[in-house]
Design a protein around this ligand. Structure first.
Ligand SMILES: *Cc1c(COP(=O)(O)O)cnc(C)c1O
Length: 837
């Protein structure tokens, strides 16, 4: 008995090997004749999970015993990627696991490669949530992530004749060893129906009787802090029909109808909406939002009620952060719980709600702003609609003193927009219902105050604040680039893993020729590995002995992948004409990756255009020794982890004022890529930290773009630059779509006829010239490039999500770390778990 107990806790290679073998046999029923790579992966994951469970339990118990305040991070997206190697590293077991597997003839990589990405997000917003979970656990902040357990995550992207084709991502098909099903944590969620008013004890009580019922069941994933002291929880809700059958219909003989309604209820958590920074007013999406908000708040309220304290103390134990407006129904839902279920008066309920909520805005783009039609909200959430009216009524009463005799100003802050039909502005609801509204980089937070919500900034002058985004250096440097991480630790010690400000100690090594040489070798090795990954992942051939120029992110007009493509046309024609701009150029590979929203015509055309451009260039023997263009299908976290460490030049070229922050830019920086970029989002702060001379900054500033807005004419900019004119003519002539006439017409229209909303042609000349400077530096004395790369890494300290989370914790949440004692083994735990209580 003693030995068996020890196995699941043991941190030696022997105990890991034994537990792995036991899981293969007893969890997978495998033997040497009957075992699959999937089975071995699952056995490994379960072996690792065993070594987390005790500390997970201990974390919950410690947090509860200390009556801590917890953070609840509500997000419709968590772009987690893979868990296995990250968990092994955070547990500190990498060496032992490798040794155990080697003894059995396997490598960690081949087993870890079986795991599908948890792609429960679109892009930056979802990945930010994932980085925040890692940082909160490592900083030992008691925290829960709450979201939806989508059966289908972000679609898998195939490229067919250059076109994006979407395929379903059935990531749970073979089971998910990292999650634990909690059938006992289940909440009923209702929709539709009507509100009854019952007059009782001198007040009106409202009772919402829904017409539709769905249960939300919890699935928990452990979030392991580095060193495995605190283990927090990501709790995702899955929709379950409350009954297997509607017995009434069943008895009436309508068997199929009764099964249909069950399936209908469960569609709620089937699929992630694949739109990034684009709002779609779909009823199912509104239901998803309410579903996960209702389950999460019910869970938070249940946890507080266990303490038997009066409601005024609720905000001392819970801070709720809304990741964009997607969870902003949390405001009326919390009010509904306090008013209708707990019988608290409006003023106290409002005070509690307002103190608990914080809202993070992620974009200034009008097409991303969520506005739900009032009739739809009324139909699906009739009680919430009443509460929203009351919130708005009281808010406008208090706002009127700020704007006397200015009804148009009140119209702008109103939660209800007077359109036909009326719309509910979820951002206004989130701002009014929260004590903090933050942007995600300095420029973005300024623009929130001055251009997006100036009236709110007058009413609530202290509410707006900035929290510049960050990334976790543990996944994006330690895990993704182990060779560079080891080199850095050798130079400055490993304190940077949990205190990333220490990375600044690397700066002197930019002058150390041995370090420069090692850095160059590591970068080259990363390129070889990236090339072999791409060969295996999508059959692409890329040459590691070329300069890697990479733009990976969602495909969107504002991110300007087409600007990159235009510059490639300039380079292509220059090489063909024996021009000056490419005379001493080092061979280059331009790599693109990213998904387009399935309904976003122009974004899909940009993908098609890049693929056509690639086809022409890669087949042209006059240029293809110097120039290669590749579109990497199915960009995702796992691909980012391979490509970013291999990059020389990071493309961050959005129109100034459109990219709220960006986080891809930060991942590249800490892996020693140089940035070519506009003064937008966090690029500005990256330039501040690293020194403008260590980046390639170009283009109009946000202020200049604003100034151009009324007079800008793309034709004028094209006509005054003969080279650009030629490149544009080549595009318009159909050179890149010879057998596909007219396919790029919608792109042509928005770039030329409809005024080029994202100012490609205002920035193209500066971009091309700046890009040439980057190529020249790369082709010149190698150390010059690498010196800047190392200075960039050394300057990346600010961009750790540990820093971001500390700021949220201090300024918005007012939560403190809760240190959890680390037990290596606790042999009483098993007996304790099994005993009947
Ligand atoms: C970091 C990341 C993003 C965000 O990239 P941006 O360049 O900031 O838009 C998107 N997708 C994945 C898979 C990421 O890892």
């Amino acid at each position: 008995m003693q030995n068996e107990l020890r196995t699941r806790f043991g941190h030696t290679a022997e105990s890991i090997a034994q537990d792995f073998a036991e899981h293969l046999k007893y969890s997978e029923d495998a033997d040497v004749y009957h075992t699959t790579q999937e089975g071995r992966y699952t056995a490994l994951a379960l072996t690792i999970r065993d070594r987390i469970i005790h500390q997970w339990d201990k974390s919950r118990k410690t947090q509860r015993a200390n009556n801590v305040k917890r953070v609840y991070y509500l997000s419709l997206e968590f772009l987690m990627g893979r868990a296995t190697s990250n968990n092994i590293i955070n547990l500190g077991l990498e060496k032992q696991v490798r040794e155990a597997l080697a003894g059995l003839g396997y490598t960690l990589e081949e087993l870890a490669d079986v795991e599908p990405d948890a792609g429960l997000g679109n892009g930056g917003l979802g990945r930010l949530a994932a980085c925040f979970l890692d940082s909160m656990a490592t900083l030992e902040i008691p925290a829960y992530g709450y979201g939806i357990r989508y059966n289908y995550g972000i679609f898998r992207q195939k490229i067919n004749n250059g076109w994006q084709v979407e395929q379903p991502d059935n990531w749970l098909r073979d089971g998910n060893p990292w999650e634990i099903h909690r059938p006992d944590v289940v909440y009923p969620v209702q929709f539709g129906g009507e509100v009854q008013v019952i007059h009782e004890n001198g007040r009106d009580n409202f009772k919402w009787v829904g017409s539709e019922l769905v249960n939300g069941v919890a699935y928990d994933t452990p979030i392991i802090g580095y060193g495995c002291k605190t283990v927090n929880t990501l709790r995702l809700w899955s929709a379950k029909s409350p009954e297997e059958f509607n017995f009434h219909e069943f008895n009436d003989g309508d068997y199929t109808e009764s099964v249909r309604s069950k399936i209908n209820a469960e569609t709620l958590s089937q699929v992630l909406y694949p739109n990034d920074t684009l709002y779609m007013g779909k009823e199912l999406r509104l239901k998803q939002q309410y579903f996960f908000v209702a389950c999460s708040l019910a869970d938070i309220v249940r946890r507080f009620k266990r303490q038997n304290l009066s409601w005024q103390h609720f905000p001392d134990f819970a801070a709720i952060q809304l990741n964009d407006t997607h969870p902003s129904l949390a405001v009326p839902e919390m009010m509904r719980i306090l008013l209708d279920q707990e019988n608290i008066g409006w003023d106290e309920a409002w005070d509690i709600t307002h103190q608990m909520m914080g809202y993070t805005n992620h974009t200034l783009m009008p097409e991303a702003l969520e506005k739900w039609s009032l009739p739809m909200m009324q139909k699906i959430l009739p009680r919430h609609m009443q509460i929203i009216f009351e919130i708005n009524h009281r808010f406008l009463q208090s706002a009127v003193s700020f704007f006397p005799l200015q009804p148009e100003m009140l119209g702008k802050v109103s939660i209800i927009e007077e359109a036909n039909p009326k719309q509910i502005r979820m951002a206004n609801l989130a701002i009014v219902g929260s004590h903090s509204t933050n942007g995600v980089a300095e420029l973005h937070s300024e623009l929130l105050k001055t251009s997006m919500f100036p009236q709110f900034n007058i009413i609530y002058p202290n509410q707006f604040n900035n929290k510049t985004n960050g990334i976790t250096q543990r996944r994006w440097l330690l895990d993704a680039n182990p060779a560079l991480a080891a080199k850095i630790s050798e130079a400055i010690g490993d304190g940077w893993i949990t205190d990333y400000s220490q990375i600044s100690r690397l700066a002197p090594f930019a002058k150390d020729s041995a370090f420069l040489e090692d850095f160059a070798k590591i970068k080259r090795q990363c390129k070889i590995e990236a090339a072999s990954f791409l060969k295996k992942d999508s059959g692409l051939y890329i040459n590691p002995d070329t300069m890697f120029d990479v733009q990976v992110k969602r495909i969107h007009e504002y991110k300007r992948q087409f600007l990159n493509a235009l510059n490639i046309i300039l380079i292509y024609t220059d090489i063909k004409n024996g021009g000056e701009a490419t005379k001493n150029m080092a061979p280059m590979t331009f790599l693109f990756g990213g998904k387009a929203a399935p309904g976003y015509v122009n974004a899909k055309l940009i993908i098609k255009f890049i693929n056509n451009l690639a086809k022409v260039i890669n087949a042209d023997t006059q240029v293809n020794k110097l120039l290669s263009v590749q579109f990497m299908p199915n960009y995702r976290v796992t691909m980012a982890e391979k490509i970013i460490p291999a990059t020389n030049l990071s493309e961050q070229i959005s129109t100034a004022g459109t990219e709220a922050s960006g986080t891809g830019n930060m991942k590249f920086m800490c892996n020693g890529a140089l940035t070519i970029g506009t003064m937008d989002g966090a690029n500005i702060e990256i330039a501040q930290e690293a020194g403008k001379e260590n980046l390639f900054i170009f283009g109009h500033t946000e202020e200049e773009i604003s100034g151009l807005k009324n007079t800008y004419n793309p034709y004028a900019w094209i006509m005054k630059d003969p080279e650009i004119k030629k490149a544009v003519d080549l595009f318009l002539s159909g050179y890149f779509n010879v057998n596909e006439p007219g396919i790029f017409d919608p792109l042509r229209k928005s770039l030329f006829d409809n005024g080029d909303k994202y100012f490609h042609f205002a920035d193209l000349r500066m971009y091309a010239d700046t890009h040439k400077r980057a190529r020249d530096l790369y082709a010149g004395e190698k150390d010059d490039w690498n010196r800047k790369a190392i200075l960039n890494i050394a300057a990346s300290g600010k961009f750790s999500s540990d820093r971001t989370i500390s700021e949220y914790a201090n300024d918005i949440w007012h939560v403190k770390p809760c240190p959890v004692q680390k037990d290596l083994e606790n042999e009483n735990a098993l007996a304790d778990a099994a005993k009947r209580k």
